[in-house]
Design a protein around this ligand. Structure first.
Ligand code: PLP
Length: 396
């Protein structure tokens, strides 16, 4: 059967060049990067090369890049590590600002710290397009605010947040105050398409993931600006200067470096984004025009070039996903049904679309391997699928 992969925000197919870059470190150059012999030094060199490549991409210093086990680890480290360091300086109950549409890797550690009574938190609402307002960030600042964590682009609806503007505002505010507020962004979904230069964004901490950029799974990055104090949250080794201990995933890191190299060129990144955007727009317009009772979730303009999130009135998203899968098309839904919970997506709920529309949503996320013929195929089969499901739907 023809298989069409439209779930690139869940994970991406590894790039051939990435796989080649990883191979030596899974074979003959298998050393532990901490060992002093040749094998160890070969591995260590691979880490240095990859660290340099990531630093180039982010426009930062080599020593500001930390390798972690995933973006989930990086987000947790950024939040827990900054709060622990703050507490060490004697601030007992610091205040954190985030948004209601963050990934659970950001929301959950904040909620955990709130539950243990260690932080006060503000969850900023988004507008109906899914965008955080800078004025709301300004208004939420308190005497004890130490950290703002807002994602660069959302994983479900692809909304792009005004990170550089928030960064600018925080920088100006910090210049006038003794009490500095740090700024973290989860750039996991943005990295393929948007400029991640940390100075332009004005961020102190930034998270990336390997498997969303045609790299391997199980590898993440935390950028931490020089001078920003962070406490480790895992103990037991000196790796990554004690900030993220544990024997380094050398092959994964080498793969990450290669994946970053592929998206490093700004012009090329924009060009590839434009190509994918054309397919995205064809899919959005085709769905909205040819199928009645459909809506686009999130902003049309401030949207990643690869994200299509639409609701189909009167049909469960899971039914559409299963029907498309039977035809060889892989997509995802907003609700976390697969994990045994039938809760509607917190992101769609934050847009105010209501439970029913949230449950009837499907996310198509495109990538560099998708073709126009694949989009044409989806547009050909989708109206029939929706018509059939609407006839048998209990939601009618
Ligand atoms: N942050 C965002 C925005 C994501 O989309 C994801 C993965 O879906 C993560 C964090 C977690 O990434 P990882 O799979 O590397 O832990």
């Amino acid at each position: 059967m023809r298989r069409i992969y439209l779930d690139n925000s869940a994970t991406t197919k590894i790039d051939k060049k990435v796989l080649e870059a990883m191979e030596p470190y899974l074979k003959e150059e298998f050393g532990n990067a901490s060992s002093l012999h040749w094998f160890g030094q070969e591995a260590h060199n691979a880490l240095s090369k990859a660290r340099g490549r990531v630093a180039d991409f982010l426009g930062c210093n080599f020593l500001e890049v930390y390798f972690t086990g995933s973006a989930t680890v990086s987000d947790n480290l950024a939040i827990l590590g900054i709060i622990k360091a703050t507490q060490k300086r004697g601030i007992t109950k610091p205040h954190v600002i985030t948004s209601t549409i963050e990934h659970p890797a950001v929301l959950e550690p904040i909620k955990y710290l709130e539950k243990t009574g260690e932080v006060e938190a503000t969850y900023l609402a988004v507008d109906k397009e899914g965008v955080v307002k800078i004025e709301d960030v300004e208004r939420a600042i308190k005497e004890n605010t130490v950290l703002v964590s807002i994602m660069y682009a959302n994983n479900e609806i692809g909304t792009i947040q005004p990170i550089a503007q928030i960064g600018d505002w925080l920088k100006a505010r910090n210049q006038k105050s003794e009490k500095k507020i740090l700024f973290h962004t989860d750039a996991v979904q943005a990295a393929n398409y948007l400029d991640c230069n940390v100075d332009k964004l004005g961020v102190d901490l930034l998270t990336l993931s390997g498997h969303k950029i045609y790299g391997p799974k199980g590898i993440g990055i935390l950028y931490k600006r020089k001078g920003v104090e962070i406490e480790p949250v895992v103990f037991g080794g000196h790796q990554e200067r004690g900030v993220a201990p544990g024997t380094e995933n050398v092959a994964g890191i080498a793969g990450f470096g290669e994946a970053i190299e592929e998206i490093k060129n700004q012009e090329l990144r924009i060009k590839n984004g434009e190509k994918i955007k054309k397919l995205r727009d064809k899919l959005i317009d085709g769905i909205l025009k040819n199928i009645s009772g459909t809506d686009l979730n999130g902003s049309r303009e401030k949207r990643l070039p690869n994200n299509v999130n639409t609701s189909f009135k009167g049909v469960e998203g899971e039914s559409i996903l299963m029907a498309l899968d039977q035809k060889g098309v892989a997509v995802s839904t907003g609700s976390a049904c697969a994990s045994g919970s039938l809760d509607p997506s917190h992101v769609l709920m934050a847009l105010g679309v209501g439970v029913e529309r949230a449950h009837s949503s499907i996310r198509f996320t495109l990538g560099k391997y998708n073709t126009e013929s694949e989009i044409n195929y989806v547009l050909k089969i989708l109206p029939g699928i929706i018509e059939r499901l609407r006839k048998i739907s209990p939601l009618k």
